[in-house]
Design a protein around this ligand. Structure first.
Ligand code: GUN
Length: 282
């Protein structure tokens, strides 16, 4: 059996075209501010893609590129300024931040109504409690869209998430639960990862270990979503060993061209929602 490839690039492009059409009908221009501290190459690439997507869709966009040495108080002052700026509906600070800056303090400083990453505890708490703010965490929401694109129903399925990060694993588990999956959240201390993954009708791999999930772990016909973005000899590689996994899976995402473009598309969608959000005080 050879899996059908889930074309994240195409699905993301459709979402962006839909947003472009909606923006053209609005009297306000949704605005996204992105703050990048330092020169991490992966972060620079992500931020450039976010800026480009805004321009293509017709959003107002600001990117603040700050030196690695910036002080925490200066960064907090910039966030406060952007919180108050009526042109800005979505505001995100690219992670990771340099060690001398307290990441939690920065996440807490972002106005929850502008938190298009869905990182603020007000928004993660809302997600946990099932409150509908309209804002969903970008990468996990992208994964759900990709699963739904296969036509496979989520309700009642066994889903295994590998990785418990705040950005992907934990919120992905929560979204799968909301979609009535029976969810297992695996991590570095999981006793028998292969046995857990082998049970799964749906697998989301988000650990950052190239090729960790191999074909022998995949239940025949499963939907496999690979969030991994590992550099191996200069080449972008997922957490799933694509060659062996695609022999067993029913559907699989490629890396690149799977989850990555969806993260950006969902961020754009969140920015549109934040702009239209009546709870936004500005
Ligand atoms: N670092 C890795 N992924 C993300 C993301 O989705 N948003 C932000 N702000 N930083 C990240």
């Amino acid at each position: 059996m050879t899996a059908q490839i889930i074309d994240g690039k195409k699905i993301a492009q459709n979402i962006r075209e839909q947003l472009k059409l909606e923006v053209s009908k609005l009297s306000v221009k949704p605005g996204l501010a992105v703050v990048l501290v330092g020169s991490d190459p992966a972060s620079q690439t992500y931020v450039n893609s976010k800026e480009k997507a805004c321009q293509e869709i017709g959003f107002y966009s600001e990117v603040h590129r700050l030196p690695e040495t910036i002080g925490e108080s200066e960064l907090l002052a910039l966030i406060e300024k952007l919180n108050q700026d009526p042109k800005i509906h979505g505001l995100l600070v690219q992670l990771p931040l340099p060690k001398h800056i307290n990441e939690e303090k920065i996440i807490l400083a972002v106005n929850p109504a502008k938190d298009v990453d869905c990182f603020h505890p007000v928004n993660t708490g809302a997600l946990f409690s099932g409150f509908d703010t309209g804002i969903l965490p970008c990468t996990p929401a992208g994964c759900i869209e990709l699963i739904k694109s296969t036509g496979v129903a989520l309700s009642g399925k066994k889903a295994v998430v590998v990785g418990r990060s705040n950005i992907v694993g934990k919120p992905a588990a929560m979204l799968l639960l909301q979609n009535n999956c029976t969810v297992t959240l695996c991590h570095s201390r999981t006793a028998d990862l292969s046995a857990e993954v082998r049970q799964a009708d749906i697998v989301i791999a988000a650990v950052g270990k190239a090729g960790l999930i191999t074909g022998d772990m995949i239940k025949p016909g499963a939907v496999v979503i690979d969030v991994g973005t590992n550099r191996v000899n200069g080449k972008l590689t997922g957490d799933v060993d694509f060659v062996s996994a695609s022999q067993a899976a029913g559907f699989i995402t490629p890396v690149p061209g799977g989850v990555g473009p969806m993260t950006i598309a969902m961020l754009m969608k969140n920015t549109m929602i934040a702009c239209l959000n009546p709870f936004n005080p500005l």
